[in-house]
Design a protein around this ligand. Structure first.
Ligand code: G3H
Ligand code: 13P
Ligand code: ZN
Length: 309
């Protein structure tokens, strides 16, 4: 039981028809819900922390909470920086004890993305930490529709091969039509699987990462709305599409929005059904269970649907 890198988990998952869940964490209840599910399902696990999470909870608390989760569950866990925007935040996380960092240079031109990614790779590898980078831009709700826009924003397979060769990065996040949040598609969901297959064929040894992989399950959106929420027209990536992506090199599946929806639905329900309660444990306990239920669902039905984990 320890903080581990993704090296071993990705080596096992690559081409093995299952993927590792990377779940975003912001507080104790979220961490506990996730690790309890991973323990019951005996699943490898990545807990990831965004810049927003670091600002909200403070890095020292999050690192100690994850260390506590390792002691409590006996699990090996990878602690990962999600969307590090520059060298400094990646360096800070390496120095803080993270075992994996993402340098997200996707907003830069290719050469600049290669330069900053390489800088992070050099520092991280010297400290035994692995690096994820991103190439291509996650499409917003409008962007995925037109072919021209796809070519301008999605990952270009040949560039992915050049990028990996020049940076020595450990894993690569690709843009094939997913986006962050609860509003991923306006019409029919679309992911560019042909592009994913081409990328995987060119860099078969590189674990691929799917950001924006929440499915925005109707049951949870409906429950939020039923208990006073306003989340109209939300739509995620259908779970069958994640299953398909996992068959073509995707080893890491990023999930945040589905956790937010599960937690919020439960807290909304609790407040409406128990207006007399004001002890935070009364609603954060069920919220933690909702996180656990969502993560168990993801592991059983999506990440490890093949049963090969
Ligand atoms: O990449 C986006 C994740 O859902 C993290 O979101 O930046 O609001 O913490 P956040
Ligand atoms: P979702 O918003 O689809 O959960 O994606 C989360 C993510 O990609 C974190 O990096
Ligand atoms: Zn992301």
């Amino acid at each position: 039981m320890a903080l581990v890198t993704t090296k071993e988990m990705f080596a096992k998952a690559l081409n093995a028809d299952y993927a590792i869940g990377a779940f975003n964490v912001n507080n104790m209840e979220i961490i506990q819900g996730i690790v309890d599910a991973a323990k019951e399902e005996q699943a490898p696990l990545i807990l990831q922390v965004s810049a927003g999470a670091r600002k909200y909870a403070k890095p020292a608390y999050l690192v100690k909470l994850v260390e506590a989760a390792i002691i409590d569950t006996g699990l090996d866990i990878c602690l990962h920086l999600d969307h590090g925007e520059d060298f400094d935040i990646c360096k800070k996380c390496v120095d803080d004890g993270f075992t994996s960092v993402m340098i997200d240079g996707s907003k830069h031109p290719l050469e600049e993305n290669i330069r900053i990614t390489k800088e992070v790779v050099d520092y991280a590898h010297d400290h035994g930490v692995v690096v994820e980078a991103e190439l291509g831009k996650l499409a917003g709700i409008e962007d995925a529709v037109k072919v021209d826009a796809r070519n301008a924003t999605f990952t270009v397979p040949e560039e992915a091969a050049e990028f990996v060769a020049k940076t020595g990065v450990d894993s690569l996040a690709v843009a094939i039509g997913t986006s962050h949040g609860a509003y991923k598609f306006k019409g029919t969901p679309y992911l560019d699987f042909e592009r994913l297959k081409e990328i995987h064929a060119l860099i078969p040894e590189t674990p691929l990462v799917l950001h924006g992989a929440s499915s925005v399950l109707k049951e949870f959106v409906d429950r939020c709305n039923e208990y006073g929420g306003k989340i109209p027209g939300a739509q995620g990536v259908p779970e069958e599409m994640i299953l398909e992506a996992v068959k073509h090199g995707v080893c890491k599946v990023n999930i945040d929005t589905d956790l937010r929806l599960a937690m919020t639905a439960e807290i909304r329900r609790y407040f409406i059904e128990h207006p007399e309660d004001f002890d935070p444990r009364k609603y954060l306990g069920p919220a933690r269970n909702a996180i656990k239920g969502m993560v168990a669902h993801k592991i059983r039905n999506v990440l490890n649907a093949s049963g090969k984990m």
